[in-house]
Ligand binder design. Structure first.
Ligand code: DC
Length: 226
């Protein structure tokens, strides 16, 4: 059983996906962490992010591992834990380079499908309902206005003691949206049969409740996820 949750940066996918997974006792998978993980390594090794061949060969020499433990998803690159480091601004701003490399995406998709073997899961990303699991039992597209997503990100950073400018965040999110939606391979788009939620004026609990209800309505309707 797969619940696919897609949507733009800052739409609250991670929080919602985690809570839905928790509610159902399913495995939670954040696919963005995989793209971030290799970006982190490429930045560390001062690799040329514009060179697709170099990125492909780097990915072949890299082991990316997602491990769930104590309700938290931990990310490892070649055995080193990078759960926190992959959230740094430099990784966020540069991960689109990896996201547009077809060979790397193909490998990630393979691994993501493998995770569903023998597991019920809630997987979030940009292409989960459109490419990874086109037959997912439930597809959700989570959206929110640019202003609201920027406001949320601003508050999140403030809570971490990071002072930024709301306008700058809004511009960064807008640029990321554009890159995610316009890339040639697996662009962010709404799957035809997705349940679209606009969370601009919605509380997290309501979003989770809507998804769980939809899930119960659909449960058992489909048999296979790939
Ligand atoms: O969701 P996020 O911000 O952690 O995603 C990090 C990067 O990976 C971002 O550039 C979008 C990309 N991504 C993707 O292309 N496909 C996915 N399934 C998940 C993330």
């Amino acid at each position: 059983m797969v619940i696919a949750i897609d949507g733009p940066a800052g739409s609250g996918k991670s929080t919602v996906a985690k809570l839905v997974a928790e509610g159902l006792g399913y495995l939670y998978v954040d696919t963005g962490a995989m793209y971030r993980a290799l970006t982190w390594k490429a930045l560390k090794e001062k690799g040329d992010l514009k060179d697709e061949n170099a990125l492909t060969s780097l990915s072949r020499q890299t082991e990316i591992l997602l491990k769930e433990g104590m309700g938290k998803l931990k990310v490892f690159v070649d055995g080193e834990e990078v759960t926190e480091s992959i959230r740094e601004g430099s990784v966020t701003e540069n991960s689109f380079y990896l996201a547009r490399v077809p060979s790397f995406r193909a490998e990630m998709v393979k691994q993501q499908r493998k995770m569903a073997r023998g597991n019920n899961l809630v997987m979030e990303g940009r292409d989960i309902g459109t490419v990874v699991f086109p037959k997912a039992e439930l597809k959700v597209y989570l959206d929110a206005s640019l202003k609201e997503r920027a406001r949320r990100r601003f508050l999140e950073l403030k809570e971490k003691g990071i002072n930024t400018d709301l306008e700058v965040i809004e511009k960064q999110l807008q640029a990321r949206d554009k890159k995610d939606k316009s890339r040639k391979v697996a662009p962010l788009k709404i799957a035809e049969d997705a349940f679209v939620i606009d969370s601009t004026k919605m509380k997290i609990e309501k979003e989770v409740d809507l998804i769980l209800r939809k899930w119960r309505e659909n449960y058992g309707a489909a048999k296979s996820s790939t």
